[in-house]
Design a protein around this ligand. Structure first.
Ligand SMILES: Cc1cc2nc3c(=O)[nH]c(=O)nc-3n(C[C@H](O)[C@H](O)[C@H](O)COP(=O)(O)OP(=O)(O)OC[C@H]3O[C@@H](n4cnc5c(N)ncnc54)[C@H](O)[C@@H]3O)c2cc1C
Length: 414
C-alpha cells in the first residue's frame, strides 16, 4: 500500500491506537464511517503502553458506552463491580461513604485491567471491516487542503500518504499532532509519582473502593478480580524511587501502615510500576478538520479515577455529533463547533475537580486542612451532597450522550 498511486481516503483518520483511539474506531466503524487508525507501537498487547498493568475504574457511563460499542461483553466477566466508595484523610476527622443505592443503582462502575481491556479492543477492531489499522507507523506531516487532511506516515515499508475528512488526535499526553499543529498546552507538574501494583489484603474488598488522602498524595485501593485489589499510591518523586526499591514485604508493610486497618494485613503483591503525574491540557481541542481528544487533550491526575472516563465521554459525544449529521462532512466546521461546545463544561468541571482536589489535599496549611475536614464531614452528613458526588463518579454530569445512557446511535446514511 505504500509508494505512489492514488491516496487512500478515509472518513476519519485517528492518530493513536491507545484506549481512547481504539474506542473511537470501535464506535465509528459500525456507524458506517471508514476509519484509519495509526498507532506508533506494535500491536502486540505486551508492548502497547496504553494497555499496561494499571487497573482502571470505569464509571457507569463508560461501561454503558462500551456496551453500546460491543466491547463490554468481552471484558465483563473479568470486571469487578464497585459497590461502595469510601473517602477519608490520613490523620483527620471525616469519612464519606458513597452507596450507589442512594441514587437507586447497584454499582458505580467496574474495575478492569488495562491490558485485558486493550486486548478486547483489538479483537473488536479486527471484526470491523471499516477499520484499517496502520501499525507500527508514525505521522510525519499533515496538510489541510480545504476539503480534507493529507497525512504523511512513515511505516516499515517507507512512506505512505492517506487522506481523511476528519483527523482525530488521540496520541496521548505528548501528542505529536498537537505539536505539528502548534497547539500550546497548560501544564502543571504535581511533582508526584503514582506507584501501582496489585495486592491481596487479608480482608476481602467486598466491592469497596477506597480513596485516602495523605499529605504526599492520594492512596487508592480498587476492588479487583477474586481477592485482589489494585493499589495506586501517589507520593513525591524521591519517595517513589524508595518505594520501588523496597522488598515486597517492606513495601506491603509500609502500604498497610499508610492505609490503616480496614482491610487487615496486605499479604501478597504483584509487579510494581510507576507513572510521573502532570496535568497537561491543550488550550484548544479543535483546529481546521482536526479534533483532539483523550489524554492528547487532557491528561489529568489519577485522583478520582477520571482520565479514561473523561476521554470515553469525548468518544461518545463525537460519535453522536457525527451520527446526527448523517451523510455530512465529518470534518466540517459545524461538527467541530458542536463537539467542542458540548465537551467544554465537562472538561472544565472534571479537570478542575481533579486538579483542585490534588492541590487542596496536599496543602498543609491550617485553613486548607479545616476546609477538607469540613467538606468530608458535610458530605458524610448530607445525602444530597453525596448524591451529587455519586453522579459525578458515575460519569453523569451535565448533558449526557446517548451511548452513556444505554441508547444506540443510528448508522450513517449511505
Ligand atoms: C496510575 C494511573 C491510574 C489511572 N487510573 C485510571 C482509572 O482508574 N480510571 C480512569 O478513567 N482513568 C485512569 N487513568 C487515566 C487513563 O489511564 C488515561 O486517561 C487513558 O489511558 C488515556 O488513554 P489515551 O488513549 O487517550 O492515551 P494513551 O493511553 O497515552 O494512548 C496514546 C496512544 O497513542 C500512541 N501514540 C503516541 N504518539 C503517537 C504518534 N506520534 N503516532 C501514532 N501513535 C502514537 C501511543 O503509543 C498510545 O498507544 C489512570 C492513569 C494513571 C497514570
Amino acid at each position: 500500500m505504500s509508494g505512489s498511486g492514488a491516496m487512500d481516503s478515509f472518513d476519519v483518520v485517528i492518530v493513536g491506537g491507545g484506549l481512547i483511539g481504539s474506542c473511537l474506531a470501535c464506535t465509528l466503524a459500525p456507524l458506517g464511517y471508514s476509519v484509519a487508525l495509526i498507532e506508533a507501537v506494535s500491536r502486540e498487547v505486551g508492548d502497547q503502553p496504553s494497555f499496561d498493568d494499571r487497573t482502571l475504574a470505569l464509571s457507569r457511563s463508560s461501561c454503558a458506552i462500551l456496551q453500546g460499542i460491543g466491547v463490554w461483553p468481552r471484558i465483563e466477566q473479568h470486571a469487578t463491580p464497585i459497590r461502595r466508595i469510601i473517602v477519608t484523610e490520613l490523620g483527620r476527622p471525616g469519612r464519606v461513604e458513597l452507596d450507589p443505592a442512594e441514587t437507586g443503582l447497584s454499582e458505580f462502575g467496574h474495575v478492569v485491567e488495562a491490558r485485558r481491556f486493550g486486548a478486547a479492543l483489538i479483537r473488536r477492531m479486527e471484526q470491523e471491516e471499516g477499520i484499517e489499522i496502520i501499525c507500527p507507523a508514525t505521522v510525519q506531516q499533515i496538510e489541510r487542503t480545504g476539503d480534507s487532511v493529507d497525512v504523511n506516515i512513515s511505516v516499515d515499508a517507507g512512506l505512505r500518504r492517506i487522506k481523511g475528512s476528519l483527523l482525530v488526535a488521540a496520541d496521548g499526553a505528548f501528542s505529536t499532532i498537537r505539536r505539528l499543529l502548534d497547539i500550546p498546552t497548560r501544564e502543571h507538574d504535581y511533582r508526584q509519582t503514582a506507584v501501582i501494583c496489585n495486592i491481596v489484603p487479608e480482608v476481602h474488598h467486598a466491592g469497596r473502593a477506597f480513596e485516602r488522602f495523605t499529605p504526599t498524595g492520594p492512596f487508592a485501593i480498587l476492588p479487583h478480580a477474586g481477592d485482589r485489589c489494585g493499589l495506586v499510591w501517589s507520593v513525591d518523586r524521591e519517595a517513589a524511587d524508595r518505594l520501588m526499591a523496597l522488598t515486597d514485604d517492606a513495601f506491603l508493610a509500609e502500604a498497610r501502615e499508610r492505609f490503616g486497618d480496614e482491610l487487615g494485613a496486605f499479604q501478597r503483591m504483584g509487579r510494581r510500576s510507576q507513572y510521573p503525574l502532570r496535568l497537561v491540557r491543550a488550550t484548544r481541542d479543535t483546529s481546521e478538520r482536526v479534533i483532539i481528544l483523550g489524554n492528547a487533550a487532557h491528561a489529568i491526575h489519577p485522583v478520582g479515577a477520571q482520565g479514561f472516563n473523561l476521554g470515553c465521554r469525548d468518544v461518545a459525544v463525537l460519535a453522536e455529533v457525527l451520527a446526527t449529521d448523517r451523510g455530512g462532512d465529518p470534518g466540517a466546521q459545524q461538527v467541530l463547533r458542536r463537539y467542542s461546545g458540548w465537551r467544554r463544561p465537562d472538561h472544565d468541571t472534571t479537570i478542575g475537580l481533579s486538579d483542585g482536589l490534588t492541590r487542596l489535599f496536599s496543602n498543609p496549611s491550617w485553613l486548607a486542612s479545616s476546609l477538607r475536614s469540613a467538606g468530608l464531614i458535610a458530605h458524610g452528613l448530607f445525602p444530597a451532597l453525596r448524591r451529587r458526588l455519586a453522579a459525578g463518579a458515575m460519569g453523569y454530569r451535565g448533558r449526557v450522550p446517548l451511548l452513556a445512557r444505554g441508547e444506540s446511535l443510528r448508522a450513517r446514511q449511505p
